[in-house]
Design a protein around this ligand. Sequence first.
Ligand code: ZN
Length: 380
Amino acid sequence: MAKRTTTKTPGRKKASKKKAARKNTRSASTKGLNLDLLTRLCEVPGVPGREERVRALIEGEIEGLFDSVETDAMGSLICTRNARGRGKNPKRIMLLCHMDEIGFYISHIDDKGFLWIDPAGGFDQRNLFSRRVLVCTKNRDYHGVMNPGGRPIHISAPDERTKVPAVKEFFVDIGLPADEVKKRVKVGDFLVMDEPAREMGDKFVSKALDNRVACWLGIEAVRELTRLGSHSCEVVVAFTTQEEVGLRGAKTASFAVKPDIGLGIDVTLACDTPGIPSNESVTIHGEGFGLHVKDSSFIADHELVDHVEALSIKHNIPYQRTILRAGGQDGAAAQQAAAGAKAVGITVGTRYIHTVTEMIDKSDLAAARDILARFLAEVK
Ligand SMILES: [Zn+2]
């Protein structure tokens, strides 16, 4: 193909300079970001169906922010803040923030006291080798190690070394004799990965950013809203359960709340790392919150997408439009519950998703908080 010659027009250069300048000015301040809260949210264990500890932490945090707080039959925490100020028949805006992280249930305890597991949520078993875990029982938690059955490197055959075992081949050892294990752990107890959260330069890393990021946003965006002043909408933050196994808590909560607008708050893919072509990046770290248009569970309301985009530009909040080929989020449940609602997703790009090294950029988190607060403050 012949090389194309372009004629240099001064206008175009000026235009691209302006665009670059405009883009660079959009930034979200990470100053005063409440990372202590994010750390505590990321380190409290809670798998699908066992979110009670996460819920208790949130209840302790939200005092004074909402006019009513109730737990529904699925264990979702429904928090309502009435309109503050102008107008009758306030619009009901629902933020859906799931509390559950991917984890396991104990499915069997064998004669040697090893624990066998059943997954709750989607794991890539390539990430499960030699993991530290926390086995959560009624009376106390036990540290444990998770490994697949099989021979160690010294005595294993070459083909054994390249095989990726199925999840059901992994077991957990908590270091106690069989009779002690059977006294303390029951089938149906749950376990999570045992990894501390870490601030790392501009980044934050944890095993449960999906979706404790949204639990953080459900609290911090409303705190920011109270700083912005009055709002004419009614705000309902639903800290939902069982999202990782099919948006279950969001479905029942949305049916009860019947919002006018649903905002699905979640992490999304940030595939701006080696080995992935740029057309599959979904989001790029540091370029703002994800304005979530489509995934395999929903297609956002396009007018709402445009409205959030205009608001981001108006307030200089960095954003990036996103489409996710596979995967879903609670916004779909709000959109498709009862008689339906307008819905859009607000997301934070996360590298290495569904692993113990999930990573976000702090400025993207701040941008998501800021756009949520602005949206709630200005929606009519
Ligand atoms: Zn999630």
